[in-house]
Every structure is written in structure tokens, then in C-alpha cells.
Design a protein around this ligand. Sequence first.
Ligand code: SF4
Length: 721
Amino acid sequence: MLDRMHTKATPTHCPYCALQCGMGLTSGPGGVEVVERPEFPVNGGALCGKGRTAPAVLSSRVRLTEPLIRSHATGRLEPATWEEAVARVAEGLSRTRGEHGADACGVFGGGGLTNEKAYALGKFARVALGTSQIDYNGRFCMSSAAAAGQRAFGLDRGLPFPLEDIPRTGCVILVGSNLAETMPPALRYLTELKANGGKLIVIDPRRTRTAEQADLHLAPRPGTDLALALGLLHLVVAEGRTDEVFIEERTTGWEEARAAAMAHWPEYVERISGVPVPQLRDAMRMFCDAEAGMVLTARGPEQQSKGTDTVGAWINLCLATGNAGRPLAGYGCLTGQGNGQGGREHGQKADQLPGYRKLTDPAARAHVAGVWGVDPDSLPGPGRSAYELLDALGGDIKALLLMGSNPVVSAPRAAHVEERLRSLDFLAVADVVLSETAELADVVLPVTQWAEETGTVTNLEGRVLLRRKAVSAPDGVRSDLDVLHGLAAILGHEKGFPTDPEEVFEELRRASAGGAADYSGISYARLKEGNGEGVFWPCPANEDVNVNVNVNVNEDVKENAGGEPDAVHPGTPRLFLDRFATEDGRARFVPVAHRAAAEEPDAEYPVLLTTGRVLAQYQSGAQTRRVDELNSAAPGPFVELHPRLAARLDVGEGEPVTVVSRRGRAVAPARITSTIRSDTVFMPFHWPGEGRANSLTNPALDPVSRMPEFKVCAVRLERAS
Ligand code: SF4
């Protein structure tokens, strides 16, 4: 049982997922303690086990507290001073740049980095190193949803409405999200929805804890969500449930999208997806009977080699039924990583500059170059996407600086990525523990954690929040901003890389001004106001700022702010109510068609594999695997399979199963359950070693978002001896 927050506690936020639950931190006799922060609206004080136990990583006995340099003599990582370590990293990067050119240096960031760090890392790559080769692990998270949102609405913000709207809508279709395990405090929004008489439809190949809450659960074959959405849209048209007024007044491209959907007969969709036509019809009617509805996607439909089109199909369903651009309705993406939203806005993406600006846009380059005090022509162009960058290690890319990511566990085709990392001339990793990726490094830099530093994050709603420093970092640990400052100075950039996060944020504000993700009206002082509930972007500095995102301020918010917006912009909790962010203000239907997964089952690999997360672990597990309580709850990987499949394999509960794909093999105990389709197995991806699920996954990329196909590949199962 957590205490309620008292005055001595520092209000801050969880280090893990994109919900960014509010919590308070105090120092007690047993170390740092978490207390409830019930006034913070998103979680109302509730925390999952990961958040509750997060302080354990601060004082973990495996915490890194001194830099490590690989010894030429022993080949081992040996303790070093900070001066030696930073000099070694700068030397490794500048030697590579001198011998092979700037693009031989790669930079890999993370969706857990604060906005300030993501911003500074992008600037470091493009200004201090001059390389185009920067991307981050958020590419593996929600990039398909971001691409589809940009394509349809002209703007991507995970949720274009606050979570508090969910209980007041009429029907939610939740596609490929197990939020009961990934972000448990968010389940209350669905519980309240049902208590208010709303309906919940869950689409997932597994009957998860979330699916158990549903009024209707559809369990398609992995990789067929696109066909399913098209089948629903076909039925919407066939039963005359389209919103013709909305289509006429607020959208373009309907005829092409309609024709594409009508080619997907329900019976055809049933053959593809395995979802019976009557269930499809029930789902369509449940959704259309509601006065307003929402579709929320997560990694299930997004982590596919057709992820952008798959999300696009769900957006088309929303648009055709008038469920977008009006209160209590719309499409949203449940972003995964702690700063998955902010991490994609400030310039650590291969194709992007701060403010969600395009790197290829001359005006955007000129604006950001002006803030940075450099010649726009000196800024490199777009680089490779995350998997393509990792795949190029040891080839074109000879040296890598990596912050806040553990691709040895989390990247697709992980054994290959591990081999590529080993083939580098030089690898530097900044992390809080010796992750599996840090183990391969030439230099390891021990950095501060969430509670030891101040910085902003942007949660899945687009709510910008201040995470405050609550405790001192151990001696020997420095922040990522210190690291970038030190490296930049050696590389000839004495100025431009401050170590104070507020100073970085002030520059970020200017860089973002006028961009889609405009933070110019947000300040640290403002984020400390009230209950620290944060500010939704876009939030321009004042009404004179040239905001080109074509969004409107919600009327409720105007009233709450005391009438028409004045010099202090109230932020924008709800987007698109009057117009979408496209040039003509209309949402765009994009015609899409079903296509098979990159790898379908065959005689050699007859079963489908899908992957995901469990309640007590987070992402690659670099932090959560170091917490005893979480390890007791989720000690290792498993292979979830249906009793029929288990019987065919002659394997019993807990017995080891070998899963083999074209890329590798993994061994883990069987977990037999009838809550999964009999043609599919599931593995969580939090662990390294022989149970590493990503040894199996397919790096086939979505052509638009460059998202790998984590969620479906073909495997065979063997009884492990
Ligand atoms: Fe942290 Fe997410 Fe759990 Fe909230 S739901 S406590 S943000 S891990």
C-alpha cells in the first residue's frame, strides 16, 4: 500500500511507459520511497508494480558508477576516469570521421530519453559530428502509427484527445493492445467506459487480460488486422452506416478508399483472418450503433511490414463513420515508451528536425539552423532508419554512440544485430547498468537516472510534463547532457551543448516554435504550476507566433482559460475539432488493400510467432530485470501455445520448447493455454540469451515507416532435448 503524497515528497513521473504516471518520491530510512500522487489526473495515484519498484534501480548493486574502457591488453572493460572515457569516445568518433567521413559515425537514441536529451542528441549528431546517421529505438515502437497519422491528418500526436475522453465515448475498438499488462492504471478508462454503458471491442490473437474485459473479442491470425479493418469498412458501406455529411465536409479520397474496401468481402476477410463473418458484423454494428467511437491501436497492428497501411485502414474506418475531428471520437495510438511521443518530435529521428519538422524542408532547415547558429547547408540530409542503421554497422558505419537503448535484446533479428555491433571499429554506450549492448562496448559511460535529474517528457496524450530531480546521483555518474557537452567540446563545439536541462529546454522551445509540435509557450515554471498536470502541445508562445499546424483550441479549454486565448496559450488537449492539419483542412482517406505478412507459414515453418510484453517487465528488461520483486513475478521467457499444438508436439506445461525461425532459434518453457489461437505461439521479448524472442523476429520493413515486422513471422517448434 502506497502512502499518499505529503509535502516533503518531490512530485515526478515514472521512468517507464508512455502513460507517465505521476508519483511522489521521498527519502526514507530504506532509501528512496514512492508515494501516491492522487491529484495527477492521468493515473490518479495508481501505479503498476514497475513504477512502484522503480527506485530499486537507483540503488541497485549492479548500477554502474564509474566509466569503463575496454583494455587493449586484457580485452576486458576496466574502470577509468571520466576524462579518460570522454576523451576515448571523442577520439574514436573523430578518428572514424577523419578516416571514413562523418557518415561513418552513427548515433542511436532512445524513446526513453527526455525531450532535452533527444533534442541535444539530434543536434550533437548533425552539428558536432556532422553525420546523417542518427535514428532511435522509437522507430521500433509506434512509427507506423505516426506515419499513418501524418498521412491522414497531416499531424501525428499519439492521442489527439486526452485519456479522460475515453470513458465518455460510446464504443472503443482496441487493436493489438494489452494495456492491462503494459500500462495497468490506464485500464480504469475502459472500466469506466463500460460502467457508463459504452462498449469495448478488443482485437488480439490472444485472449489477454485486456481482452477478458471486452464485450466482444476478435482473435485474428497475426498480421491480418489490415484485412479485418477493411472487412469492417465493407460492412459499414454494405449496411449503409457511413456518415455521408462528415465524408463530404471533412475528408478527401473517399471513393478510392471505398472501392478498395468493397473488394474485401467479409467471407474473404474471414478466410484471411479466421474471424467469422457474424463476429465481424457484430463488431461493425456495435461500433456504428454508438453515437461516438474511438479506435486505439498499439504495437499489434503497427509492428508489421504493412503497419502504416494497417493503421491507415483503421483510420479509414473512423473517417467513414464520422468518428474523427469531433468530441469524444477519433483514432489514437497508445505509444509505448516513456517518452515515445516527445522522443519522436525533437530531432533524434533520421528524417526529422526539432518541432516535428522535416529535414528535407528548406524552411525547416533554415529555422533550426538559425537557432543552432549554423549554416543550413551544413546540416546533413536524412539518414537510415533504425534497423537499416544497425544493419550497416561494421559496413558503412564504423563507429556508434548509443544512448538509452539495448538493441542486443530489443532489435529484430537480434543475433545479426549483435554480430553487427561486434564488428564495429568503435562502440560507446551510455547506460545506467551494464546492459547486453553495453557489454560489447569499447567505452561505457554511467549516466544518471530519472529521479536524479530534471527534464521534460511528453506522454501518450501529447501532455508535456516535468520530471523533477528528487535525489542526488551517486558519485561517478553524470547526465547524458554532460556527456554530450564534454564530447562536443573536444570535437570543437565549446558552446551550444549546455548541461542544464532548463537551458536546453529554452533552446528547444525556440527550435520548435512554429513547428507542428510547438513547445514555445511551455516553460519549466509553467510545468510546475497547479498539480503539475502539464501542458498539451501545440502550445505556441502567443497568438502572434506563426502556428502552421491547423489545429484548434478546444472550447472547454478556452473557457477554462478565461475566454479567448490571450498571450498565454492554454495548450491543445483536443486536435482537429474544426479542421485537420492538412493543407486544405480535410482528412485524407488513403486506399489500402490486404497483403500477406512478409513471411507466411509453410511446410518447414508452419506456425506463426507473435511477441509482446508481460506485466512485470519493461522493454529489453535492462532495468526491470534488475528488480527482485519484478523478477520473482516474471523470472524468464516462455512460449505460450495452445493445448492442441502442445499435444502435437508432445510437450507438457513447463517443458522446454525450441522455437526456430529462418533467423535463429530460442528455447523457453512451454506455457499451455487455450487463450491463444492454435496456429500461433507467443513469446515475451524482455530477455537475452537462449530465450531471446528477437533472435526469431523478422526485420522486413514497412515501406513508409521503416518499422520492422516484430509481430508476425513463421516458425517451427521442436521439443527441446
Ligand atoms: Fe510506470 Fe507505466 Fe506502470 Fe504507470 S503504467 S507506473 S507509467 S510503467
